[in-house]
Design a protein around this ligand. Structure first.
Ligand code: BJW
Ligand code: ZN
Length: 246
């Protein structure tokens, strides 16, 4: 019943904004941050994803990122990523905003993707600021250095750091323009992404949440679907031109 109502919202939407989090990649074998499997060598992600942790022990933080790069390099997009790529192809206006740094949405064929927390596959020099693509599963030396002699860091957004202004602005524009928002696989506790759904709801746009577990958004979302995104997203988008066959 709720799934049917959510499918009708998706089928009738003209402008869709989607926010994804780690849960959508969980079924590709990429660990989430919070909950089971989120720990690495007994560290909580919150202890590692900070500028302070990097300043104190860049090798430790790089070893965590090298481990994650190895997992993601072996991972493939799952039917959840693929369903969102298919939804984009048949939508008049569509913007995917992801908090994930794994690049799996692009690999699945999504084009309108904003990676608001950066990418595992880029480094940034803390000295000269040069940003480079680096697709090696692990840096040759840990911690890696720039030719200018300074340390390289992952080009991601850590706690206490601002999100890139242009990406945040484009994300807010998409949320402000949408007539439907999907929120998939995020615990909804990390700002500013955690506020996007409320901005859509305040304007009267319906918000459909897809998550294994309840989140702070669940009580406010127009429809909150409980289950695995790799199973629910293909169901949710079926009924349109690409999904009508099932
Ligand atoms: C499934 C599933 C399946 C599982 N199917 N579902 C206002 C109020 C309070 C605090 C703040 C505030 N504004 C800013 C802050 C501070 C801070 C913050 O939000 N703190 C809170 C935690 C309290 N925010 C920041 O610091 C941000 N910066 C900022 O706002 O700057 C302002 C500023 C301006 C000017 C100068 C200086 C500063 C930056 C936040 C950066 C977050 N970075 C990380 C690391 C990125 C790099 C990396 O990946 O290593 O981003 S932390 C981590 O959390 C990562 C994620 O993108 C992010 C969100 O996690 P996500 O995706 O929700 O994952 P999980 O694990 O939490 O949840 C998974 C969900 O999936 C669960 O719900 C499961 O149930 C579900 N699930 N399997 C469906 N199969
Ligand atoms: Zn440099």
């Amino acid at each position: 019943m709720t799934l049917a109502a959510a499918r009708a919202l998706v089928a009738g939407a003209r402008s869709i904004a989607v926010l994804t989090g780690a849960g959508i990649s969980a079924e590709s074998g990429v660990p989430t941050f919070r909950g089971p499997g989120g720990l690495w060598r007994n560290y909580r992600p919150e202890e590692l994803a900070t500028p302070e942790a990097f300043a104190a022990d860049p090798s430790l933080v790089w070893e965590w990122y090298a481990w994650r790069r190895g997992l993601v390099a072996a991972a493939r997009p799952n039917p959840g990523h693929e369903a969102l790529a298919a939804l984009e192809r048949r939508s008049a206006a569509f913007q995917l905003i992801t908090q994930n740094v794994d690049g799996l949405h692009v690999l699945a064929g999504s084009r309108a993707v904003i990676e608001i927390h950066g990418s595992l596959w880029r480094t940034r020099c803390v000295g000269c600021g040069e940003v480079r693509t680096d697709r090696t599963p692990a840096p040759e030396r840990i911690p890696p250095h720039c030719p200018c002699g300074s340390l390289l860091r992952p080009d991601v957004v850590w706690f206490g750091e601002p999100l890139p202004e242009d990406l945040l602005g484009r994300s807010i524009d998409a949320v402000d323009a949408c007539d439907l928002m999907l929120v998939v696989g995020t615990s909804g506790v990390v700002q500013p992404a955690a506020s996007f759904a409320d901005a859509a709801l305040r304007r009267g746009a319906p918000v459909v949440e897809v998550n294994l577990d309840p989140t702070p958004l669940s009580g406010r979302a127009t429809i909150s679907l409980r289950g695995r995104s790799a199973a629910l997203l293909p169901e949710l988008i079926s009924g349109g031109p690409e999904g009508g066959k099932s």
